[in-house]
Design a protein around this ligand. Structure first.
Ligand code: MN
Length: 204
């Protein structure tokens, strides 16, 4: 079974004004679609064909760069669409908030550190909130389409990502141009904390 581009769980315009419809349309329909197609092409006829994406990422150091770039791009965007919602933006609650308070001190400090990870990433990449087995939360950042699931030395904290923010220019340039910090701040208005909490409980 080839990997498939997932449907967006909302309309292209649903995240406006924080992320504009045209950016969503191109980001999902062109960028994510290309990562998906190129991943399928890169693994076709190899021993990686038929493996889960997580299994591929876990052993990515042995795979060709095309699999690393496109496999990361495929997985990262799958997460990204799911952890945003037009109904998002409230602060986290319950067990996730308790863990944020325990590991960062407060939601405000978490936000400050996550913002710093996203804005200080030079060039293209991602900021992550991850959970280690046992439940400890950690913020990290990775370049390009790498992510913490990969067995490479750019994998950040190496734990399980439950929240990710794409800071490639293709994610914000049409609306925000060079103002990445404005895009990062807008992201907090659309985080789907219910989904992040679900992933936290499954991963911890
Ligand atoms: Mn992207």
């Amino acid at each position: 079974m080839a990997f498939e581009l997932p449907k967006l769980p909302y309309d292209f315009a649903a995240l406006e004004p924080h992320i504009d419809a045209r950016t969503m349309e191109i980001h999902h329909g062109k960028h994510h679609a290309a990562y998906t197609t190129n991943l399928n092409n890169a693994i076709a006829g190899t021993e990686l064909e038929g493996k889960s994406i997580e299994e591929i990422l876990k052993n990515i150091s042995k795979a060709p760069m095309a699999v690393r770039n496109n496999g990361g791009g495929f997985w990262n965007h799958n997460l990204f669409w799911e952890i945003m919602s037009p109904n998002g933006g409230a602060e986290p609650a319950g067990v996730l908030l308790e863990s944020i308070n325990r590991d960062f001190g407060s939601y405000a400090v978490f936000r400050e550190k996550f913002t710093a990870a996203a804005t200080s990433r030079f060039g293209s990449g991602w900021a992550w909130l991850c959970v280690h087995s046992g439940g400890k939360l950690e913020i990290c950042s990775t370049p390009n389409q790498d992510n913490p699931l990969m067995d490479v030395d750019t994998r950040g904290c190496g734990a399980n990502p439950i929240l990710g923010l794409d800071v490639w220019e293709h994610a914000y340039y049409l609306n925000y141009q060079n103002r990445r910090p404005d895009y990062v701040n807008a992201f907090y208005n659309i985080i789907n904390w219910a989904e992040v909490t679900k992933r936290f409980e499954l991963s911890k």
